[in-house]
Each structure stands twice: as structure tokens, then as C-alpha cells.
Design a protein around this ligand. Structure first.
Ligand SMILES: *[C@@H]1O[C@H](CO)[C@@H](O)[C@H](O)[C@H]1NC(C)=O
Ligand SMILES: [Cu+2]
Length: 236
């Protein structure tokens, strides 16, 4: 009995060490299915264990697979919860009932920001944002690449970035997908950057407002914010 309890506690600790959220599509550095995948991609910046320290930017992973994107294209972003089954990773799951769901460490939601970096994570250009109910693996989150951005083809420098400031914990997540972007001549990048908080050298104890839903799916993307994302409202 004692042994079983100890094993259970250990199993729970191990699960909680990796039970967070990550970018699933576009595939980030260190993401599911990549060579560097070590299960740590869904940890916050500053997380460390005996094998790994999650660093800023991009978790500290080496460049990964390249996703091609075009100016004006809508990217239907997907998220990974560590308890998702292969079939739910393969095909976008929809919330059907509260009792039959995979668990997601959503931390009460928070603010997700989406940005482009053309310099490998030195500077960021905000292109999209969802507040309160993000992230959630039971939904897709449309983000539009602005139609007037320049091309980006420099090896290892072009990134589509998801950052998340969680609600119930002061944790900051940062995943980067390597991209090749076909843009326009004399294009312009949005001027606003992203929030970069909650790790050493940055403003700490920052929590974004959330939806209060911790492990189940929430209500998904706010409809007004979907429109805003598709209309480039955040990409100024
Ligand atoms: C949806 O987003 C809009 C625009 O940001 C905001 O005014 C509204 O309160 C949000 N609705 C909910 C239910 O959070
Ligand atoms: Cu977490």
C-alpha cells in the first residue's frame, strides 16, 4: 500500500513536470514530432530539471523543421496538451463533453500572443493576440500573417512565435516555429512587440486575466478577437 502510494506520488510529480501546453501547429523548435522533442517544449521559461533548462528565447532549442507561409495567409494555430492521444494530435479534436476530455494544464488560460521574428528571436513583431481563454487544444486559433510583410528567407532567423502569459501562475511560455515567409517587396513589419515577462531579468509575478478553466476545455477563441485577428487589428 505504502509502495503504491509512493509510486502514485512519483507518477503525479513526473506528469506534472511535463503537463503544460505547447504549440503543436506550426511545429515549434523542440516540438512534437521533431528530432529534439524531449517532452520539455511545454514547460515555462526558467523551468529546469536534471536534464534540461528551458531558456529564452524559443526554449533554447536548435532550429527545427521549416513551415512555409505567405503574406496574407491565415494560420490555424493548434496546441498540444501532454496527455493528448495520437488520434487527437493527428486530427483537431472538438469538445464534446466535460467528462470525456484529455486533461490540459491550461493554468486558467491567459494571454497568447503571436509574432514574427526576422532575426532569430532578438526582436518580435506582434501579429495576433487572444486573451483569457488561450491556449486550449480543443480549438484552432486563427492568426493572419499581415499581407504587407516582407519576405524572410534567412536561414535560422525567420520565426513564427507563440508566447503565453498564464493566469493562475506567473509563468511565461515561448515556442518558436521556423518558417520561410513569402512576402511583398518593400514590405513593412508591425511595430509593436510582445510581452516578455516572468523570468530572470524581466518583470516578474505578471499574470494575465484568464477564464478560470484549469484542466478542461474553455469556450475557445473569443469571436470578436477572431475577427480582430483576421482583420490585422493587433498588427500595427
Ligand atoms: C471578447 O473580446 C472583446 C474584444 O477584446 C472584449 O471586449 C469582450 O469582452 C470579450 N468577451 C469575452 C466574453 O471575454
Ligand atoms: Cu505550467
Amino acid at each position: 500500500m505504502k509502495f503504491t502510494a509512493a509510486v502514485l506520488v512519483l507518477a503525479t510529480l513526473l506528469a506534472s513536470a511535463t503537463a503544460h501546453m505547447a504549440l503543436l501547429y506550426p511545429t515549434p523548435r523542440g516540438g512534437y514530432g521533431t528530432k529534439q522533442y524531449n517532452g520539455r517544449v511545454h514547460t515555462w521559461i526558467g523551468y529546469h530539471d536534471s536534464k534540461w533548462t528551458q531558456k529564452f528565447p524559443c526554449g533554447g532549442y536548435a532550429p527545427g523543421p521549416i513551415t512555409k507561409m505567405k503574406a496574407g495567409q491565415t494560420i490555424n494555430v493548434r496546441f498540444l496538451a501532454s496527455s493528448m492521444k495520437a488520434k487527437d494530435i493527428k486530427k483537431q479534436p472538438k469538445p464534446t463533453s466535460k467528462s470525456h476530455q484529455f486533461s490540459q494544464a491550461r493554468h486558467g488560460g491567459g494571454t497568447c500572443e503571436f509574432s514574427l521574428s526576422y532575426d532569430g528571436g532578438k526582436t518580435y513583431h506582434l501579429i495576433g493576440r487572444y486573451t483569457k481563454s488561450c491556449p486550449d487544444a480543443y480549438y484552432q486559433w486563427p492568426v493572419k500573417i499581415p499581407k504587407n510583410v516582407p519576405s524572410c528567407n534567412t536561414k535560422n532567423k525567420c520565426l513564427f512565435v507563440w508566447s503565453w502569459t498564464a493566469d493562475i501562475l506567473p509563468q511565461y511560455y515561448h515556442n518558436c516555429a521556423d518558417i520561410r515567409l513569402t512576402g511583398v517587396k518593400k514590405g513593412k513589419l508591425p511595430k509593436k512587440s510582445i510581452a516578455i515577462v516572468d523570468f530572470k531579468g524581466r518583470k516578474t509575478n505578471v499574470r494575465a486575466p484568464g477564464d478560470g478553466v484549469k484542466h478542461n476545455s474553455g469556450k475557445g477563441p473569443n469571436k470578436t478577437e477572431v475577427k480582430n485577428n483576421l482583420n490585422g487589428v493587433y498588427a500595427k
